[in-house]
Design a protein around this ligand. Structure first.
Ligand code: FAD
Ligand code: NAI
Length: 471
């Protein structure tokens, strides 16, 4: 007989829900995870982090073969793009990883229930099963981990063919001649990079007078410079006021953000990437009295509990936190620990952010702008990859640097910002340093292998209070 009673039911099998479910089961809780997509892994594995990184890698290799190999004395002839094969590889990577989670569920004794979950009351979830029929689950604890969806732009209707969200941009069947990206944030720059490397002219229209709001300004300016050098065009301080389908594409109307004359721009494909909003459709939140804020996010207390006892929320549905897969995972783990009677806490001050463009940008902790606004005095250490022997050997030294910010009085690390090769991997050392309350001196006194990119971190740490050795 099917057992419908659980200690905890997660609604949503993305990084928040599936990791939380595995942890809860490992801690001995009877756990189920309801997911309606048909595959596990959520936005991240199916239409987010993973397919975008697969295409970023493939397009990077193509672009290197076209423009980067020559500096190493490697000549290519007859280079051509097999977009179908590139897409097939991406699809296989996604399929392998999502089915892998099903294996993890079996191993850890999480029951996977494919279907759409709806809160029937505090303590019960009604599931409309993908295979047909209904199932009612009861659980002392219910976790909403339903994630986010693309935010639309009035007058620019997404059809996933010529006007696409990130999901459509991950599956175009040919390289557009002109791709207009609305929004110069993470999705716009990553997907713009993919199609730009494969041959599209890319124009980024950004409402603000800078790209990647929230990122340390010096890094954002350097990133824009590098992307411009790669051929990306930026229209900052500009808004899109409408879109009209024209033969073989779209005609967009643009205006200065502060108002002024309208101009018209033609595109084969338009990517709308102006942010994401919480996804809570059909969940029955209002019916069971779960509060939402005016933008539809679900506020929670320090235990991730909503205003209704026994109903919790994690991941992209939470307000005022970054929408990142690893942040959702941390929340899933901490919530599982708490539900199992243990303690835990997510350190929101030490969540890294990585933009997987070329160069990569990785940051953790506070930016210079944030420190200035908070009136915190700091020392800054900066070291350029141009003086790093490994970056020079690889031919990846152009324009990148490591910047560390440390408290002027105590020398405690407050923020770390890297633009350059493999920045996303390098930042881990600095996340750990921040977590451990390390000083810049601690980092400077730590032996770093030679020749590695990470030596630039050590040199930046030396530069905080003294002098780097290699510049
Ligand atoms: P989601 O991953 O959105 O998962 C929620 C799941 O809940 C979905 O599968 C949905 O089908 C399911 N669901 C919803 N309602 C119901 C219901 N009623 N019943 C059953 N199931 C339901 N983040 C990074 O950290 N690094 C990256 O490189 C990165 N790249 C990205 C690239 C793109 C193109 C996009 C769009 C996002 C990217 N993100 C990245 C963000 C990341 O994907 C999200 O922050 C993360 O997936 C959020 O996890 P989550 O568990 O909260 O929700
Ligand atoms: P975003 O918040 O990163 O960027 C949106 C950009 O659009 C901002 O620069 C904003 O100023 C601009 N904008 C807003 N309205 C506009 C308008 N009307 N016209 C022109 N520009 C406008 O959002 P994005 O890129 O859609 O990504 C959504 C989320 O997905 C992000 O919050 C990010 O956390 C996550 N993500 C993370 C990635 C990573 O970690 N590498 C990769 C991709 C997405």
């Amino acid at each position: 007989m099917t057992d419908n009673n659980f200690d905890v039911v997660f609604i949503g099998g993305g990084p928040g829900g599936y990791i939380g479910a595995i942890k809860a089961a490992q801690l001995g809780l009877r756990t189920a995870c309801v997911e309606m997509r048909g595959t596990l892994g959520g936005t991240c594995l199916n239409v987010g982090c993973i397919p975008s990184k697969a295409l970023l890698q493939s397009s990077h290799l193509y672009h290197e073969a076209e423009a980067g190999f020559a500096q190493h004395g490697i000549k290519t002839q007859g280079l051509s793009l097999d977009l179908k094969a590139m897409m097939a590889r991406k699809t296989k990577v996604v399929a392998d990883l999502t089915t892998g989670i099903e294996g993890l569920f079996k191993k850890n004794k999480v029951e996977y229930i494919p279907g759409a979950g709806r809160l029937a009351s505090a303590g019960s979830v009604q599931v409309s099963l993908n295979a047909g029929g209904e199932r009612t689950l009861t659980a002392e604890n219910i976790v909403i981990a339903t994630g986010s969806q693309v935010m639309g732009l009035p007058g620019v209707e997404i059809d996933e063919k010529t006007i696409v969200s990130s999901t459509g941009a991950l599956s175009l069947n040919k390289v557009p001649k002109h791709l207009v990206v609305i929004g110069g944030g993470y999705i716009g720059l990553e997907m713009g990079s993919v199609w730009g490397r494969l041959g599209a002219k890319v124009t980024v229209v950004e409402f603000l007078d800078r790209i990647t709001p929230g990122m340390d300004g010096e890094l954002a300016r350097n990133l824009q410079r590098s992307l411009t050098a790669q051929g990306m065009e930026f229209r900052l301080g500009t808004k899109v006021t409408g879109a009209r389908k024209a033969r073989g594409g779209v005609e967009l109307s643009l205006e200065p953000a502060s108002g002024g004359d309208t101009e018209s721009v033609k595109a084969d494909v338009v990517l709308v990437s102006i942010g994401r909003k919480p996804f809570t459709d059909g969940l029955g939140l209002a019916e069971v009295g779960v509060n939402m804020d005016p933008r539809g996010f679900i506020p929670v207390d320090e235990d991730y509990q909503t205003n209704v006892a026994g109903i919790f929320a994690i991941g992209d549905v939470l307000p005022d936190r970054p929408m990142l897969a690893h942040k959702a995972e941390e929340e899933g783990v901490v919530l599982a620990e708490k539900l199992a009677g243990h303690t835990g806490e997510v350190n929101y001050g030490a969540i890294p952010g990585v933009c997987y463009t070329w160069p990569e940008v990785a940051t953790v902790g506070q930016s210079e702008e944030q420190l200035k606004a908070a009136g915190i005095a700091y020392n800054k250490g900066r070291f350029s990859f141009a003086a790093n022997s490994r970056a020079r050997s690889s031919g990846d030294s152009e324009g990148g640097f490591v910047k560390l910010l440390a408290d002027k009085t105590t020398d405690r690390l407050l923020g770390a910002h890297i633009i350059g090769p493999d920045a996303g991997t390098m930042i881990a050392e600095l996340v750990l340093a921040l977590e451990m309350g390390a000083s810049s001196e601690d980092i400077a006194l730590t032996c770093h292998a030679h020749p590695t990119l990470n030596e630039a971190v050590k040199e930046a740490a030396l530069a905080v209070t003294g002098k780097p050795l290699n510049s």
